[in-house]
Design a protein around this ligand. Sequence first.
Ligand SMILES: Cc1cc2nc3c(=O)[nH]c(=O)nc-3n(C[C@H](O)[C@H](O)[C@H](O)COP(=O)(O)OP(=O)(O)OC[C@H]3O[C@@H](n4cnc5c(N)ncnc54)[C@H](O)[C@@H]3O)c2cc1C
Length: 490
Amino acid sequence: MKKVAVVGAGVAGLSAAIYALKSGFEVTLCEQNKTAGGFCTSWRRGGYLFEGAIHWMTGTHPETPIYGMWKDTGALNESVKIHLNEPFKSAEWEGQVASFYRDVNKTKENLLSISPEDEKRILRLVNDIKMLSRFNRPLSDIKGVKTQNPKRRFRITPDLLPAFFTALRLYKTTNAKYMEKFKHPAIKWLFSTISGKFSAINRLFTLGILSTGDGGYPEGGSLGMIARMTETFETLGGKLLLNTKVKKVNIQNKEVTGVTLENGFLPADAVIVTQETTAAMDQLFDPPLREPWMKRLRKTIRPTVTTFIGVGIRDVLPETQIPVWKLEKPITYAGMTETSLGFYNYAGYEGYAPQGCSSLTTWFTGDTYEFWKQAKEEGRYKREKDALADQVKEALCRKFPRLEGKIDVIDIATPLTFERYTGSHHGSWMTMFYKGDKLKAFPGYCKNIKGLYFAGHRIMPPGGLPIALDTGRRAAQMVCRQFDAVFKTR
Ligand SMILES: Cc1cc2nc3c(=O)[nH]c(=O)nc-3n(C[C@H](O)[C@H](O)[C@H](O)COP(=O)(O)OP(=O)(O)OC[C@H]3O[C@@H](n4cnc5c(N)ncnc54)[C@H](O)[C@@H]3O)c2cc1C
């Protein structure tokens, strides 16, 4: 039986490993941490559970192709409850709350009630969301692979053409330009919850997915999903090596021979690398790889880097989303200034906080990696984190005076934390589109090295959980193609 070694047991690694096992390979999955999951994780601090990854997830609707993949890998099944909380995103401007709902008609009603004079723009927005909702992210099989099921190819059918042109228009405009056309400041404020530099397609595509009833939160969140995927892998006979860091991918005569671990060598006929691709390129190969697509990848990525904040409060706030509000006093940290704040609220979920308490999470986006790294080197890392925590506490209590004296925990994960835990470049976890950016996926294999494949959120923009899942599946297909094996999903 041919041997496959997979580097990293995040969603991409688990997906690649499960599909390779199902297709008849002997698979060893190496994970540097003591648990699987990578970014797809949550952690406990002082009795509060902070959900670290799944906020909304494409493919929770059973009629989507991606659901099929989540099901193949054991991540989802009929008995996993999916939460579809409303509204999806809210923002408060001078006492008025503007919201994006999953139900696009509710968005329309809400925005029209705030600003009848924006009717034309609001109807355009609704139409754009409806158009984009037609793109049910299709799956395609790679060229030349034999498959158990009929082969899938992505084609733009005539009925998709209007949606395609809508996507093209939105892709060529920025969020700032799209937002500018609305007159009412509350609606502009709602749009400003994502950076104006990004292409408008980022936000509207999400709203399109949500409007179809997809994009929910599976009960048990990240931990539950990874536990189910790990169980699937082990039940199928896969070998999971935890606390096992891969130091190097071994290549001889342009062919992989295995991976070097801290305590030995693991022979393999194929290796699938799921550590974030640019970091893996720097760390796992000697001499460095020289594939043209890797150069392009380094040049074009716009990694999403964040500072994550979990808050444990001895109180229950009613909304599942605490609307983003404008701060009276901006928060300054790591050379950045934040003028707004909003939270995910897990009060409605069991087990996230002690009785009568709530777990809240938020994050600030911006590449502050170098700041935190320097702070660590200079021995002021904790002090800087504490200073940020104090400002978040002050802002929360100013907004909700009832929380004074009731904040139990503020936990901050910096880009350094994410880098340490996942080995990703600057702790980044997806790729955002700027106006006009190329949306192309990177090949994930090397022309001149046999048996070496890449998967994970960096290989296919914009990244995120479904992309990690799909790139894992595609890497397993590449292994099947190499050894002339049939790719199996069952
Ligand atoms: C705050 C936040 C919010 C998010 N929200 C969402 C959301 O709502 N929806 C969504 O779809 N996505 C979301 N994401 C993104 C999503 O979690 C990631 O894109 C996805 O989990 C990436 O999976 P991956 O397998 O590609 O990479 P990773 O999770 O990074 O997996 C790589 C694995 O490889 C291991 N590894 C690295 N190097 C080595 C080595 N040398 N040897 C052994 N093991 C190694 C790492 O420890 C890790 O387990 C969010 C992420 C964050 C941080």
